[in-house]
Design a binder for this molecule. Structure first.
Ligand SMILES: [Zn+2]
Length: 272
């Protein structure tokens, strides 16, 4: 692995191409960093933007090595879905800071929250913010220890200004301030004061993107622009009612069949 990786990293750094590399466990990160340091001695990273994805069990030592090479860490809320499984496999104590976000922030390296293109976590930012501040899985299991929980403000910063660094858009996105994009959403609840359990049920009631209203609901519903037809028309998107569905009766979820006749989603089968 090392030889192949070294050639790729050397080519990327020489061309000044920012890169990201996915590594969940410290054992993998250890090997990656050894390669990066070797390349850095010959072709200096010198401020090149690069980052690790996941880094769920990264050690203190490897956080420091990442910092020394100017790297960042992109985290996702995989543990919100897989926390119980992680505890079963590695024990409760090992799950107390997965990933160790507070240590990353204390080291002063860029940290952004996201989804890994929905490969390891849902696109839903409120599920992530709920997990960051409560430390609980979607099933209600406490995973993160209290001293590793983030404040609501810290959590929000990871998802906004934090992530802007990763796309090279620091200073353009992530804050409502003069000179930055004015994309914004009016929310159904006050994220800073609502009850913990409300955080994961927050929705936009007005979304403005690129100067246009692209979504409106509730008291702003009259401003909602018409949606283009969903294509293909059998897509589950046509039936799925959004995360708010979870608060509706289970029988709301009717069976949905794909064009090939396979079942996409099954209702609960209750008599109501
Ligand atoms: Zn990944």
């Amino acid at each position: 692995m090392e030889a192949g990786l070294e050639a790729v990293i050397r080519a990327l750094v020489a061309a000044r191409w920012p890169f990201r590399i996915h590594a969940t466990y410290d054992e993998t990160i250890e090997r990656f960093l050894t390669v990066f340091e070797r390349v850095n001695r010959e072709v200096p990273f010198a401020g090149l933007r690069w980052f690790l994805d996941h880094a769920e069990t990264i050690s203190e030592k490897n956080i420091e090595r990442t910092r020394a090479l100017g790297g960042g860490i992109a985290i996702q809320h995989r543990m919100a879905y897989q926390g119980e499984y992680f505890i079963r496999r590695y024990g409760r104590a090992a799950a107390h800071a997965v990933p160790p976000i507070k240590r990353m922030l204390a080291a002063g390296i860029p940290v952004g929250a996201g989804t890994d293109g929905t490969r390891v976590a849902s696109y839903h930012p409120w599920t992530c913010l709920y997990w960051l501040v409560t430390g609980k899985t979607v099933g209600g299991t406490p995973v993160t220890s209290p001293e590793n929980l983030l404040s609501r403000e810290e959590a929000l910063r990871l998802y906004t200004t934090g992530s802007a660094w990763f796309s090279g858009e620091a200073g353009k996105k992530g804050t409502l301030a003069p000179g930055q994009f004015a994309d914004l959403a009016v929310l159904s609840d006050d994220y800073f004061t609502c009850a913990d359990e409300r955080i994961r049920r927050i929705e936009s009631v007005l979304t403005i993107c690129d100067g246009r209203i692209v979504y409106a609901a509730g008291e702003f519903a009259a401003l909602n622009p018409p949606l283009p037809p969903i294509s293909p028309d059998w897509s589950p998107v046509n039936r799925y009612g959004g995360y708010a569905n979870a608060d509706r009766p289970a029988h709301f979820r009717t069976p949905v069949f794909g064009a090939d006749g396979r079942l996409w989603e099954l209702g609960c089968g209750c008599a109501a």
